[in-house]
Design a binder for this molecule. Structure first.
Ligand SMILES: O=C(O)CCC(=O)C(=O)O
Length: 282
C-alpha cells in the first residue's frame, strides 16, 4: 500500500494522517488478546514499579523500565513490521533500507493524560496504533495541525498563556492533570483498526482518561539507515522462537545480521536491561 497524493499532502502540511490499518483485523484483535492475557488484576502492583508512568495493568518487566512483556512481542511485531506498514514507512521516509528504532506500548491509566510537547530527537515519522480505540473521554491524541515546523517557543508561549487564562493549576504530569485547550487543536479519535502516522515534532498531548480502563496504544519509529541513533540490537532482546516466526523481510528491518553501534545515550538502559528484558511469542 502507498499513501495517495492527498494523504501525503496532508501529512506534510498538517503533520499527520489517519488511515485504515492495511492488514487483517485479526492482527489488531490479537494485540488486544495479548493484553488481556498478561494484564494484572491489581493496578497497584504495576504502579509500584511504573517509573515511566506509561502503564496501568501491564507490569514493566523490571522496575522503572519503559518495557512490559508486550512491546516487541510477536502479536505487536506482526503489526509493526507488516509488509504494508514497512512499505508506507519507506514511502514517507524516502528510503528502502530502514531500521526499527523501537516500539512501545502506552497504557494510559484512568485519570492520567500527557501534556503538550514535541518529541525529542530528530524529525521522525511516528506510527501510532490505538488498538483499544481512543475517544476524547478515554484520552485520545490531540494535535495542533501544522505545528511540526519552526521553533517550539511560540507554542510554549501559547500554552503558557492558555494555561493561565483557563486556570490550569494542577501540576503537569500528575494524576488528574489535563492540559489547556489550544485554539487550533483537534482531537484524533480513532477506532482500533485505524492507524495514525505523524511527525514526531507536531505539538501534541492527550485528553485525560476519564474512563475506568487503561487506554492502549502501540507506537514505533523506523529510521533511515543513514541515521546513527540505534537503540536495540534485537538479537539480545527477542527469543529465538520469536525470531524464527518472522519473515526474512521482517528480520531485515530489525538488522539482526548487521554490525552497528548502539547510541551511547542508551548505555544505561542497556546496562540494566540486557539479559533481563525479553520479548517472545506470548
Ligand atoms: O499515550 C499517548 O497517546 C501519548 C503519546 C505521546 O505523547 C507520544 O508518543 O509522544
Amino acid at each position: 500500500m502507498k499513501f495517495n497524493k492527498d494523504q501525503l499532502e496532508q501529512y506534510n502540511t498538517e503533520g499527520y494522517v489517519i488511515f485504515e490499518c492495511p492488514f487483517p483485523e485479526q492482527l489488531t484483535t490479537d494485540c488486544m488478546a495479548a493484553v488481556e492475557k498478561v494484564r494484572l488484576d491489581d493496578p497497584e502492583e504495576v504502579t509500584a514499579c511504573d517509573g515511566k508512568r506509561n502503564h496501568y495493568r501491564l507490569k514493566p518487566q523490571i522496575p522503572g523500565s519503559y518495557w512490559c512483556d508486550l512491546d516487541h512481542s510477536l502479536p505487536f511485531l506482526k503489526v509493526i513490521l507488516h509488509e504494508e506498514i514497512v512499505e508506507l514507512a519507506r514511502q514517507i521516509i524516502g528510503e528502502e533500507d530502514l531500521y526499527l528504532r523501537n516500539a512501545g506500548i502506552n497504557e494510559q491509566a484512568p485519570n492520567r493524560s500527557t501534556l503538550w510537547h514535541r518529541d525529542g530527537g530528530a524529525a521522525w515519522a511516528e506510527f501510532m496504533h490505538y488498538f483499544s480505540g481512543a475517544r476524547r473521554e478515554d484520552g485520545c491524541l490531540r494535535v495542533v495541525p501544522g505545528s511540526q515546523y519552526g521553533p517550539i517557543e511560540p507554542w510554549k508561549d501559547l500554552l503558557e498563556q492558555s494555561r493561565k487564562e483557563q486556570g490550569v493549576t494542577t501540576s503537569p504530569g500528575t494524576d488528574g492533570f489535563e492540559d489547556a485547550e489550544l485554539p487550533e487543536e483537534i482531537s484524533l479519535e480513532v477506532d482500533p483498526h485505524h492507524m495514525i502516522v505523524r511527525f514526531s515534532q507536531i505539538f501534541h498531548a492527550t485528553w485525560l482518561n476519564r474512563s475506568d480502563k487503561g487506554r492502549c496504544m502501540s507506537h514505533w519509529l523506523f529510521h533511515s539507515h543513514t541515521e546513527n541513533n540505534h537503540r536495540f540490537d534485537f538479537n539480545e532482546y527477542l527469543t529465538p522462537e520469536l525470531i524464527d516466526s518472522l519473515t526474512q523481510e521482517q528480520k531485515d528491518v530489525l538488522w539482526l545480521d548487521r554490525e552497528f553501534e548502539i547510541d551511547p545515550k542508551f548505555a544505561k538502559e542497556r546496562e540494566t536491561e540486557v539479559g533481563k528484558v525479553k520479548w517472545g511469542i506470548i
